[in-house]
Design a protein around this ligand. Sequence first.
Ligand code: 4AZ
Length: 259
Amino acid sequence: MFCPRDFTVFISCVVLFIVVQSSHGSEIIDGKEVKPHSLPFMALMETPMENEICGGVLIHPSWVLTAAHCAAAKVFLGVHSEKEKESSQVRVVKKKVLHPCYDPTDKVNDLMLVKLNKPVKQTTMVKWLRLGNTAKDPAAGTSCLVAGWGKTNNVARKMSDVLKSVNVTVIDRVKCNSPKYYNFRPIITRDMICAGSNGQNHADTCQGDSGGPLLCGGALVGVTSFGIGCGVIDKPGVYSFLSEKQLVWIKKTTNKSEI
Ligand code: 4AZ
């Protein structure tokens, strides 16, 4: 006997199959593997239970900038393949400095500075990225680069083994707060940047990419923070913007010798 429930199960399977197929071969979301060590400031961060990862940006021999919601314990520098991370420069988190105004509910100021137990050695594979003194808020439509070892599609449980990157397009804050987009849940503030699809692709960051960089014209402009799902056109990735006041906080914190 034909049951309507069987039909629902059949349709769900077809939809799932199409979703899996359409995202097959897509990386970060819709990106590609980077040339090994072409982003030598990229940090791979592991949580205490080793069950989650985050990205980070080396901005000083002893400091990594990441997201406040990342529970980092171990930091790997000079990694391309996650499987081979133990042969990179491995450091332990000596101190975590959360942004003083970080609020996990509103997701504002999702930034953290991590002090390493020992400075890194600068090599061809490990280099720190110097921050500028002035913030540049990228205009809507600007193409910026994001990178990470995070999930490559919505249904995958696994993270990517190799470092991947994709270009995302900056979306106007008014549009990003509009009903079709985030609808002010949460409010996309001036200290956040929305960036995603160019209209043709599903370019995005995903789980595991948090804490990694948003680079516009080669300059560090933001840090991967959150999003609803991954690769959903009207739910773009949201990045903590390195505004002037955030740059002041970073400079002040990393210049303090007693930390
Ligand atoms: C996360 O959980 C995450 N699609 C990062 C970025 C995005 C979603 C989730 C953006 O780390």
